[in-house]
Design a protein around this ligand. Sequence first.
Ligand SMILES: [Ca+2]
Ligand SMILES: [Ca+2]
Length: 219
Amino acid sequence: MIALLLACAPEVPWADGVVVADGAGDGAFGDPDRAANGARGAGCCQGGIDVYSLSPALGRTELVLSFGTPVLDGSGDDLAVFENPFEIADGSGRFMDPVVVSVSADGDAWATFPHEYAAPDPTAWSADPTHWVGFAGVTPVLLNEDEAPADPADRDAAGGDGFDLATLPESPATADVLARGARFVRLVPASLVDDPRTGAAYPADPVSDGPDIDAVYGW
Ligand SMILES: [Ca+2]
Ligand SMILES: [Ca+2]
């Protein structure tokens, strides 16, 4: 019966399987299913709350989700990550929690999307979104499955950060993704990833407690 129900479950355009969520369960935003249930963004100027907090302080160092159907490399972007960044009311910049995004065909070999922190001082935090190139967790989320449905592939309508499988660096993992599609997506807080410019981890906003993942869509 369970197998029958699963077989009949409607296909959703977002990654709806939680594969790895170490440290999940604590706190108000400790349920990783909130990252696997579609996006419920809160618009330009406030952070959505239908999210899983990928908080390094709580031992949450990565989140791995799976797609029901592998995402193939089509024209332009192929997937989008929705976190909960927002414009700061006083105009001083954007509240962001940058995320490094990787994909895999088999959940074992990973290909990471190119990313670069282009701030003049790479050792200091910048609230300018143009300095965070190729990261997720940068663009506010307009798509809301309940209140503001939108094409997740339309950046102007949906918000979020788009990624193109064709931009992955050449590697065996990339070749596998391009041949079979991306079945898995891995999200890691940038504050846990070393910047080759500095040899140290990317800086985080001092008031941040980690990225809040709302959803990842593929098409
Ligand atoms: Ca593509
Ligand atoms: Ca969500």
